[in-house]
Design a protein around this ligand. Structure first.
Ligand SMILES: Nc1ncnc2c1ncn2[C@@H]1O[C@H](COP(=O)(O)OP(=O)(O)OP(=O)(O)O)[C@@H](O)[C@H]1O
Ligand SMILES: CC(C)(CO)[C@@H](O)C(=O)NCCC(=O)O
Ligand SMILES: [K+]
Length: 259
């Protein structure tokens, strides 16, 4: 009963093969590829894996990339399934104006975050920060209602925007510091504190709205770089999107077996 979970972001595809579709399942194999390199997955690393019994993915790259991913799965008989944000799933309700327009990665990561929070104790609001190509800062109340979230350029996009919009900002990566005294440190610290500051504001908004202290969770490949700059204690859970996919897969298979 193996289960393949795939997270296709704006820069990279990440995949994990589990022994079954349920939270805490054992990992059999995993990998990550830049989107330019996914066309070799089928004859490459996926060819040496046992065929997944079921699959669930989350994709924010466009239709063309989705087709390329599905092509790589053609050697298997497993049906490709992709999560789309809905009005409610796995204990989370979606406050977005148009629920299906919410990025699938955001929706899935929030479902993973709520699962982690409930395992820790009584229900609390959640502040979820996802640091990838773009950065999202999500607010979920203690009842599992998604209130809304911020979308910011990721660190890389911020730097590239400054480089292309100015004449004198082509410098190597600097360090994060409180009072930068050179261009490199100024750019690196500016981007980092822009993200940290947005998170702090959302924390305040969420605390006020819920009258309960939010649990602060972070995910995304660059999360570890952000942690030291945060104004609150954050827990980094790298596997949040995969954990969300496992929760959804279990819920869906339980629902199916009830009918
Ligand atoms: N010092 C830094 N601090 C914060 N973020 C950074 C830093 N350096 C790079 N980043 C960002 O981290 C991203 C890499 O993280 P990750 O590997 O999760 O993203 P990704 O795979 O590009 O994301 P996606 O899931 O959108 O494809 C880069 O796109 C960049 O914007
Ligand atoms: C915001 C990103 C880029 C974050 O990865 C992605 O979730 C996305 O493309 N979302 C669609 C728009 C939205 O979530 O409102
Ligand atoms: K992502």
């Amino acid at each position: 009963m193996t289960f393949l979970a795939i997270d296709v972001g704006n820069t990279r595809l990440k995949w994990t093969l589990y022994e079954r579709p349920a939270p805490e399942a054992q990992v059999l194999a995993h990998g990550a590829e830049f989107l330019e390199q996914i066309d070799r997955l089928g004859e490459g690393v996926w060819a040496s894996q046992p065929e997944p019994t079921t699959m669930l993915g989350c994709i924010v790259a466009g239709q063309a990339v989705k087709h390329r991913v599905q092509e790589q799965m053609e050697g298997w008989s497993v049906e490709p399934r992709w999560v789309v944000a809905s009005e409610a799933e796995a204990g989370l309700t979606n406050g977005y104006d148009y629920p299906s327009r919410l990025g699938a990665d955001r929706w899935v990561a929030m479902i993973g975050a709520r699962h982690h929070m409930l395992r820790r104790g009584p229900p609390r609001p959640i502040l979820l920060v996802m640091v990838g190509t773009a950065v999202t800062v999500e607010a979920i109340d203690q009842h599992g209602r998604y209130l809304g979230g911020l979308i910011l350029p990721g660190h890389g996009i911020m730097l590239r925007a400054l480089e292309s919009g100015t004449a004198g900002l082509h410098v190597p990566t600097g360090d994060v510091c409180e009072f930068p005294t050179n261009t490199s440190d100024g750019l690196t610290s500016g981007g980092t504190f822009a993200i940290a500051g947005a998170c702090e504001r959302m924390f305040q908004h969420l605390f006020k709205r819920c009258a309960a202290e939010p649990l602060c969770l972070m995910t995304g490949g660059a999360g570890w770089k952000m942690l030291p700059a945060m104004t609150r204690p954050f827990e980094l859970i790298e596997s949040m999107i995969f954990d969300g996919l496992l929760v959804i897969a279990r819920e869906r298979s339980e629902m199916a077996s009830r009918f």
